[in-house]
Design a protein around this ligand. Structure first.
Ligand SMILES: [Zn+2]
Length: 276
């Protein structure tokens, strides 16, 4: 009888000075519809009903499913936050409307730069799969930003993209260091690494501190490892650019990025001369 078990067990509990105790009911073989036979262990806390353990394989499956659902929920939440960040800053307003059609190409060099840009945009699906990028090098006003913005806008219907300056990128990451920041540094780095096409303008405009360069390297390194295309815009020549981003990043970049020289005078300067 249950009653006599209880009485005996309580006596033992009293002797041990631990109050109510658990009573083991032994082991019996049970069958799970899915996993077949398993050993079930029974127990009962005094005064409650018997509890027999369920199928361990089912328990493991449920646990794994719960873990997966939680990971999926977190990934989904991060993706939503990333999409919100991107949609807020895909292309700066001043570059909207800069297209291939309204890029002025009159010299051979300009024709070449335009061709490379159009080809990159048209074959973006392929470039994207292989992580191929571009480096546009030239003085301010030579149309680097114009072509980079044109490429970005042409792929935004099917891909995600972001246009930023080196300093803007660094500030974006640094802003997460404030306690009130609603995003973590990892989230911002993940966003910068995961966006399909990242354009970084104004690289090497000013000498970067070590901390600034570290952030830039981190982003370039992640994109290199994930084979994501990046377009880098710089006013530096090859040597200055190598000095700025470091030899290691430079070597990796030359593996995957095509160097395009915008070696003509500024359009703005030219327009002023023409007007004079
Ligand atoms: Zn089972």
């Amino acid at each position: 009888m249950a009653h006599s078990h209880e009485t005996t067990a309580r006596k033992v509990g009293d002797i041990l000075g631990k109050g109510p105790m658990m009573q083991g009911l032994g082991v019996r073989t049970e069958a799970c519809e899915k996993h077949g036979e398993f050993e079930s262990t029974g127990s009962r806390f005094l005064g409650t009903r018997e509890i027999w353990t369920g199928c361990p394989a089912c328990a493991a499956e449920e646990k794994a499913a719960a873990r997966e659902a939680e990971a999926q929920r977190q990934a989904e939440a991060q993706r939503a936050r990333i999409e919100k960040m991107i949609s807020r800053a895909a292309v700066p307003t001043r570059f909207i409307g800069r297209t291939f059609a309204n890029f002025k190409a009159t010299t051979e060099g300009q024709e070449h730069a335009l061709e490379v840009a159009v080809e990159f945009a048209e074959a973006f699906h392929e470039k994207h799969k292989r992580g191929l990028g571009l480096v546009f090098s030239g003085m301010p006003g030579t149309g680097k930003s114009h072509l980079a913005a044109a490429i970005l806008q042409s792929i935004l219907d099917k891909h995600s993209g972001l246009y930023t300056t080196a300093m803007g990128l660094i500030r974006m990451v640094r802003a997460t260091w404030h306690r009130e920041s609603d995003r973590t540094e990892e989230e911002v780095l993940a966003m910068l690494a995961s966006v399909d096409l990242l354009v970084i303008d104004e690289i090497g405009v000013q000498y970067g501190t070590e901390g600034e360069q570290t952030i830039l390297f981190e982003v370039l390194d992640r994109r290199y490892c994930d084979m994501k295309p990046t377009i880098l815009l710089t006013n530096q020549g090859k040597d200055g650019f190598r000095d700025y981003i470091g030899a290691r990043s430079f070597d990796r970049l030359t593996e995957t990025a095509r160097w395009v020289s915008f070696d003509w005078a500024s359009y703005r300067l030219q327009a002023r001369k023409d007007a004079a």
